[in-house]
Ligand binder design. Structure first.
Ligand code: PEP
Length: 253
């Protein structure tokens, strides 16, 4: 059975002290995680070690980086490598968030390199894909997302892809308060799974968790996560409020 995951994306928010207080509050807010469910905190690089230590011994709760660089090591001032993340015990890394694609020029080809380096160092990518509003309005969202997957992931073998997480995040729904309807989410998630099945077979496709992202909050999580191909969410704004994120965790199937 594939994992159901509530993943927080703090983006560039909170000081370390605020982040630690948020984690403490969340851990003290009633939330249930069965063995098939996980909570993942996508947090700024400088906090990974401290928050990871805070989560030690807590079951089914993990940290994630929000990015890593595509090269192994060397003269890339300011960048953080997959090996560095591995060396401090980080299991997950968010790759290809639309903000990185838009503000930092990350292309499908660069993301293919990042995916390779994560695989090499045993990091599990939470690979983001999703279309802009103009693409949805033109009705081209399925082929657009398919191209993102093909150009960044489909050079991997089935064994390499297993363990990856995909996050479908329509750009028009991120931070806008405008959520895709649960039917729109299900439709795209089913499409992504069918594209994966055509390339890797049904067994692999059915093993990959596909998260929905875009204005998920406590009030809509249960309905969206209730759809058969939606395996949880990648959550920005609402993950900064302990009670909201606890309720989102409790909405996992
Ligand atoms: C995100 O940052 O990935 C996201 C989905 O943000 P929000 O939940 O605020 O729309």
């Amino acid at each position: 059975m594939r994992k159901q995951i509530a993943a927080a994306n703090w983006k560039m928010n909170l000081t370390l002290q605020q982040g630690e207080a948020l984690i403490d509050e969340l851990l003290n807010t009633p939330h249930n995680l069965s063995d098939n469910q996980q909570a993942v905190f996508g947090i700024p690089f400088p906090y990974l070690t401290a928050i990871n230590a805070k989560l030690a011994g807590k079951e089914n709760v993990f940290v994630s980086a929000q990015n890593c660089y595509s090269k192994k090591s060397g003269a890339y001032t300011g960048e953080v490598s997959a090996e560095m993340l591995q060396s401090i015990g980080v299991p997950y890394v968010i790759l290809g968030h639309s903000e990185r694609r838009e503000y930092f020029g990350e292309s499908n080809a660069m993301l293919a390199e990042k995916v390779n380096i994560c695989f090499e160092y045993g990091l599990k990518p939470i690979f983001c894909c999703g279309e802009a509003l103009s693409i949805r309005e033109a009705g081209s969202q399925n082929s657009f997302v398919e191209t993102q997957l093909k150009e960044s992931l489909f050079h991997l073998t089935a064994a390499q892809l297993t363990g990856f997480v995909i996050a479908y995040e329509p750009i028009w729904a991120i931070g806008t308060g405008k959520t895709a309807s649960s039917d729109q989410a299900q439709e795209m998630h089913a499409h992504i799974r069918s594209v994966l099945a055509a390339q890797y077979g049904a067994e692999v496709a059915n093993s990959i968790s596909i998260l929905y992202g875009g204005s998920v909050k406590a009030a809509n999580a249960k309905e969206i996560f209730g759809k058969p191909d939606v395996d949880g969410g990648l959550v920005g704004g609402a993950s900064l409020i302990a009670a909201e994120f606890a309720a989102i965790i409790n909405s996992l199937k």
